[in-house]
Design a protein around this ligand. Structure first.
Ligand SMILES: Cc1cc2nc3c(=O)[nH]c(=O)nc-3n(C[C@H](O)[C@H](O)[C@H](O)COP(=O)(O)OP(=O)(O)OC[C@H]3O[C@@H](n4cnc5c(N)ncnc54)[C@H](O)[C@@H]3O)c2cc1C
Length: 411
């Protein structure tokens, strides 16, 4: 009854569970899946998020499983270098940027939660269907699976919906919200085992959305064969897309034409794509920021609260920052409703700014500027196209909005 009920054992829910446990606040996590399997492909944790995970004692485990990403490197579709900047510790941050397989990240969080809080505090096969509340507590309703007929109700002090982009609780709170906003860009995501590209810790962005853009970065250290697991995303503007589903398989022939002549000295892109272990398809969608997340003893966190297009490596990070803010608010206020309201006040506007910046001016705005100014032609000298100050300005302004400028983290 005194527990905080966490709905969803994804990145946000597990981080929240670990942070609550560390603060001495009892919680239980309820996850829809019967078994937590290593699904997804690559994900990035920027220094604002790795700072929080380090505070939970997770940096060594993360460092072992991931790549400490050292540079962001931007090219046009002719393979010409536009801009390069250091990232994470290489850029002088106190905390690293980690690029990691989502399954590895979830496993590290899950193992830590089970070891610290106890296996009995993690309940799988619990699909949330509704949340109800009265003066004294919340009742969270579950079925044994999506559409399942076996029902249970769990009572707690507050309910935190960390149930991701298809959040049942968000749907309950905003029944008329409608479909997600399609950005006009469809994505194909995959992983390929490949020898280290550029520095072996580079995050590459190349091309532009109208004819095809690639994002490429390694997510696991090289094995004995010298190959890294390299994540890639192909992004192309098209009116054609299918409903969002993290696990929908994709077909290489649907998009490889856009990259057919991308044979660069630093990577043969078509050969790299064709060597993929797996390919998934996902539309680039988000939802308009909500006016409110907290309703008495219930609130939203992570993608359930603020789904964003993945153009700034910030989805997981913002969920982790939400968790930290919520725990601070619960420590500060004995009344859970007051705590949830204070959490919303700290995080709603901040994350809305990231959602909107990801639509308009994420870091890859650099590629758009060069694409437009060169009329999609090769350049002789990048300095004739765009000044270094302007390039730095574009990336620094996003860092400030998303909360990971060096000044913000030092503060
Ligand atoms: C299967 C999957 C694959 C993903 N792959 C990638 C990827 O490759 N790259 C990337 O950048 N991001 C990926 N994401 C999204 C990424 O994890 C999030 O954007 C981000 O980390 C924020 O985390 P979150 O905890 O808010 O949501 P998520 O990490 O999505 O976690 C939500 C959790 O809630 C559970 N859940 C959903 N509905 C219910 C319900 N009704 N009741 C109980 N539990 C529920 C889900 O099973 C999931 O475990 C993936 C998410 C999922 C679920």
């Amino acid at each position: 009854m005194d527990d905080i009920i966490i709905v969803g054992a994804g990145i946000g829910g597990l981080t929240l569970g670990l942070a609550l446990h560390a603060a001495g606040i009892p919680c239980r996590i309820f996850e829809s899946a019967l078994e937590i399997r290593p699904v997804g492909v690559g994900i990035n944790l920027l220094p604002h998020a790795t700072k929080e995970l380090a505070a939970l004692g997770l940096e060594p485990a993360l460092a072992e499983a991931s790549i400490a990403t050292a540079d962001a490197t931007f090219f046009n579709r002719f393979g010409q270098l536009i801009y390069q900047e250091p990232l994470g510790r290489a850029a002088g941050y106190e905390h690293p940027q980690f690029s990691i397989h989502r399954g590895d990240l979830q496993r590290i969080l899950l193992e830590a939660f089970v070891a610290r809080a106890g296996r009995e505090r993690l309940n799988t096969g619990h699909h949330c269907t509704a949340v109800e509340q009265d003066e004294a507590g919340v009742d969270v309703h579950f079925s044994n699976a999506p559409g399942g007929t076996s029902r249970t109700v769990v009572r707690g002090r507050a309910a935190i919906a960390c149930d991701g982009i298809h959040s049942a609780v968000r749907r309950q709170l905003y029944p008329g919200e409608g479909e997600p906003c399609y950005s006009g860009v469809n994505m194909w995501r995959g992983v390929t085992r490949w020898k280290p590209i550029l520095s072996g810790a580079s995050m590459v962005r190349a091309g532009w959305l109208s004819h095809g853009k690639m994002v490429i970065y390694p997510i696991r250290p090289a094995g004995a064969d010298g190959l890294q697991l390299v994540n890639w995303v192909a992004e192309i503007e098209t009116p054609v897309y299918r409903k969002r589903d993290w696990n929908r398989p994709g077909a290489i022939d649907d998009f490889i034409g856009a990259f057919a002549d991308w044979h660069f000295d630093w990577l043969d892109v078509p050969a790299f794509i064709r060597s993929a272990d797996s390919v998934l398809e996902f539309p680039m969608v988000d939802q308009d920021p909500l006016p409110r997340w907290s309703f008495g003893r219930a609130t939203l966190l992570g993608d359930a609260a603020h789904p964003m297009v993945p153009r700034g490596s910030n989805g997981a990070g913002q969920a982790i920052l939400d968790a930290r803010a919520l725990v601070s608010a619960l420590l500060e206020h004995t009344d859970p409703a007051a705590a949830l309201a204070s959490y919303e006040q700290q995080r709603l506007d901040a994350t809305a700014r990231v959602v909107l910046a990801n639509r308009a001016n994420p870091p890859d705005a650099i590629l758009r500027e060069v694409f437009q100014r060169t009329n999609d032609r090769p350049f002789k000298d990048i300095d004739d196209v765009i000044s270094r100050d302007e390039l730095v300005g574009l990336t620094e302004s996003y860092k400030r909005i998303a909360g990971y400028s060096k000044e913000a983290l030092r503060g």
